[in-house]
Design a protein around this ligand. Sequence first.
Ligand code: FAD
Length: 318
Amino acid sequence: MKVTQHIENANGKSLFSFEILPPLKGQNIQCIFDNIEPLMEFKPPFIDVTYHREEYEFKELSSGLLEKKIVKKRPGTVGICSAIQNKYQVDAIPHILCGGFTKEDTENFLIDMDFLGIDNVVALRGDAVKSEIYFKPEKEGNHYASELVTQISNLNNGIYLDADLQNTNKTNFCIGVAGYPEKHMEAPSIDSDIHFLKKKIKNGADYIITQMFFDNQKFFEFVDKCRAAGITVPIIPGLKPISTKKQLNLIPHRFKVDLPDDLIMAVVKAKDNEAVAQIGIEWCINQSKELLKAGIPVLHYYSMGKSENIKAIAGEVF
Ligand code: FAD
């Protein structure tokens, strides 16, 4: 079922959902199930599975020259989605990127998902590969998420890349896209970012799911700005409980989001990571309760492959 239908069917009740990462290559599907299992009692209507593009590794040869190797450390997004749907009868949502995909690759990926009975997809541009500063699309690929949304919408209308195909199957994907309450790191301003977010909606996206934030005020202001810009689709907040001291530096650096001073000082004063995890849980519970009070349709948690803290939060909130 589509995310938008889940929201409609909930009749105003807020839903719980979460995102998982494929395991590192070499692991098996059981480690995914072990992570999901403790969260199933909160009845998530859908679970997101991230997509991880290739990385470049450089190995020094005896000649002193560098050999470039392309590696994919976390493959398996579509297989994991299919396994989750089979085992739990819950909608699983693969993330799909512009990066590393030609339009032909994208079309074939979408056809696989359609054949597997996957009804939802989150369309993203993806980041630059680690060894590069700027995002570089494939030569025959989509440059921005808005273009990827157009390609998926086209497929929903039976329009394939090969215009000669006749009597084509129309897919029926519900399309989610990313939104950034504190603006995307490359965007010159929040207004320009929302301008391009609106383009994703105009091209066919059905809902927005946000980057993590730690101050609800930033989310509420973002929603107000989106509504003022004429964006009417559901906006789902993404929440991440802090769990280690290291994340105090890592999260602002990696995601370009601010941490509130109260949260920073509490983490700084914490005696160890166990205490930090507890602070993160309590902070996230407070955020969640305020968002629920505001009637937000879905709260979406970034599990980052760990379920204990999300379970502790969901147990208090849902
Ligand atoms: P876009 O919407 O294409 O925007 C990228 C930038 O370009 C923005 O600054 C935007 O303002 C600007 N822009 C957009 N259109 C135009 C235009 N026409 N002209 C000029 N500027 C433009 N990454 C992964 O690799 N795998 C994942 O699974 C994944 N999941 C994510 C889930 C969520 C909820 C979020 C918030 C992010 C996720 N990301 C993931 C990270 C994401 O890929 C990066 O943040 C990426 O840098 C931007 O993706 P986007 O889809 O927001 O890009």
